[in-house]
Design a protein around this ligand. Structure first.
Ligand code: M6R
Length: 596
């Protein structure tokens, strides 16, 4: 998705450190390449950029020594153009008077590049951020001032993006956006702009949220908003943010992933309290109950929560629900969708493009739109008739952990309430999660030497634990880069069993109701030499038949899937480290995928 940050100060000063620190805070958004540009008083633009993570590149290119009155940094997650020095951002215009960087996706980039080349501009890369710079250059060259040039460029740039740009010989930066988030920050001495709030909060708590169709003009100590439509001034109150930043820091843990795994008992407890007081539950249940068809839509981990949600809803409320991967929603169900249908759209970020695409069609068909979303103020939250916040705080680590737990909690809560059951059993969950973490941490550590060298794994579940097996497999492959396939345990004998050889590890997630069935699968594997690693509650059959039993506290069938998720998260974390990777920022990925 990429991240941008820009700052304007009163007097020329070293900006490299501030830009690097902002880059580090934004690095969850992209880490293929990083760049910094400072605009100096003497009209020089110091531009340094390269492939790699922000700390490596900052040290190699000595960002710390970069000074200026204005500065821009960008973290890239490659979409248009391979990760390379030339495609790294920021970019210059043809004669080096303008410098800018974007996040998001300019979808007409290929056509625009061709136009710029035909018009005689110097196009150096294939990256769409460069197209944003030339789009402004085109009108500056025709004699428009920066605001008017941007107003015109805005209409030429199609897609979802945020962009910041500066011009030599001025004391301002300009930024604008379509679809993506953009926040400006203010203090007496400087102003700044960023793709997200957490990268601004350590600098200032006075902020302005920029809307689509607005241009923010930053001078030291002063921010102005103008409408793209007619250039007129927008009046907006400055917000004072009181939220603590502690949540966005590692808090003593070596990685965000580990911290976020350990936050699960706490955030689950908070969500349960919040749901008890939520005025959205009753109208959501009414919408769900009256729906002709109910779709649960998400991607990746959020989709696995939808799968678990569908089991909870059927089982506890007698409500059939169709879990569907967001990009498959339109091709598979498009022709059948109508105003009598309801979709629960599930997304940590609320900005995943695949989800927003599905959402757009659902809105066109006048479907009921409900949301489960973690990031407040996100697109999903804004377009939902009713939504439930996941209340997890910032989830920085690319692998989703605590948000999965709370997505599952929200579905379980809805299903219990809809089925007229007491939500009392949920009150035990925070303690059970705490107990599980304590119990499984040493068990995951013991398995590390056995599993660290394994490049091929299966993770099997059944019924309520089937989504957990898929989620565990996703987590394992995401952070260990090993192949791990999640599957319904009963399907294993229909083909993949042939892959089993002496010592081949297969993970079984055994729900308390399905032990006998799972034991059949375990034996089909072990009698062919496979090693059965079983996650389940204390059970004599499991003990006798498994090679390794990762023991969970006894919680019953409904809460068991939530507990069974934890050893898979911890195992993934440990194996990632054992294999020499950074679990927080797995290669090739990004926390929020705002592209198709
Ligand atoms: O923000 P979202 O929940 O919409 O993100 C969906 C997926 O990209 C996300 O869950 C992804 O699969 C995780 N990185 C997996 O850990």
């Amino acid at each position: 998705m990429c991240g941008i940050f820009g700052i304007v100060v009163e007097k020329e000063q070293p900006l490299g450190q501030i830009l690097t620190e902002a880059g580090l805070r934004l690095s969850y958004r992209g880490y293929d390449s990083v760049g910094c540009a400072t605009l100096q008083e003497n009209g020089v633009i110091d531009l340094r950029k390269d492939v790699g993570k922000v700390d490596e590149v900052a040290a190699r290119l000595r960002f710390a020594e970069m000074a200026g009155l204005r500065g821009i940094t960008q973290l890239r997650w490659a979409t248009f153009g391979a990760p390379s020095q030339i495609n790294a951002q920021p970019h210059l215009d043809s004669d080096g008077d303008l410098v800018g960087a974007h996040n998001g996706n300019v979808v007409n980039n290929v056509a625009l590049r061709q136009q710029f080349i035909t018009e005689g501009m110097m196009v150096r890369s294939t990256n769409d951020g460069e197209s944003c710079v030339h789009a402004v250059e085109r009108y500056v060259d025709q004699g428009y001032d920066m605001v008017d040039a941007i107003r015109r460029a805005y209409h030429d740039l199609e897609g979802d993006y945020a962009f910041v740009i500066g011009r030599v010989g001025e004391n301002r930066l300009y930024a604008f956006k379509k679809g993506s988030g953009l926040v400006a920050g203010l203090s007496e001495e400087f102003t700044c702009v960023s793709s997200d709030l957490p990268s601004i909060l350590p600098l200032t708590r006075r902020i302005l949220r920029v809307q689509d169709g607005e241009i923010v003009i930053l001078r030291a100590g002063q921010v102005e908003l103008r409408r793209v439509e007619d250039g007129s001034l927008v009046e907006r109150e400055i917000e004072q943010v009181t939220e603590s930043m502690e949540a966005a820091e590692k808090g003593g843990y070596s990685h965000f992933m580990l911290k976020e795994i350990h936050e699960q008992p706490g955030v689950a407890g908070e969500l349960i309290h919040l749901l008890e007081a939520s005025s959205h539950i009753a109208p959501m249940i009414e919408r769900i109950a009256k729906a002709r068809h109910l779709y649960l839509v998400g991607c990746g981990t959020s989709y696995h929560a939808c799968m678990l949600g569908a089991v909870y809803l059927a089982r506890l409320a007698g409500r059939a629900a169709i879990p569907v991967l967001a990009p498959q929603f339109i091709p598979q169900y498009g022709p059948a969708l109508g105003p009598e249908d309801v979709g629960i759209f599930v997304s940590q970020s609320g900005e995943t493009k695949d989800v927003l695409n599905a959402l757009a069609v659902a809105r066109e068909r006048e479907m009921g739109i409900l949301g489960l979303v973690n990031v407040l103020g996100s697109t999903l939250m804004n377009v939902s008739e009713y939504y439930l916040p996941l209340a997890c705080g910032y989830e920085i680590s690319v692998p989703a952990t605590k948000t999965f737990t709370n997505q599952a909690v929200a579905f379980l809560y809805l299903a219990l309430r809809m089925g007229g059951h007491s939500t009392e059993p949920l009150a035990r969950l925070p303690n059970l999660l705490e107990e599980t973490l304590a119990l499984v941490e040493p068990q995951a550590a013991a398995l590390e030497p056995v599993m660290a060298g394994q490049d091929d794994l299966y993770c099997l579940g059944y019924g309520l634990t089937y989504p957990i097996a898929l989620e565990g497999a996703l987590k394992l492959k995401e952070v260990t880069y090993a192949h791990c396939e999640g599957m319904l345990s009963t399907e294993f004998k229909h083909g993949p069993l042939s892959a089993v050889y002496e010592g081949y590890p297969v993970i079984f997630v055994a729900g308390p109701e399905d032990v006998s069935l799972l034991v059949s699968g375990i034996n089909e594997t072990t009698c062919r030499g496979g090693q059965a690693i079983v996650i389940g509650e204390e059970n004599e059959q499991l003990r006798v038949n498994a090679h390794d039993l990762i023991l969970l506290p006894s919680a019953g069938p409904l809460l068991n899937p939530l507990l069974a998720t934890l050893p898979l998260q911890l195992l993934s974390y440990r194996l990632s480290l054992a294999r020499g990777y950074d679990p927080d920022f797995p290669r090739n990925l990004s926390k929020t995928l705002t592209v198709d």
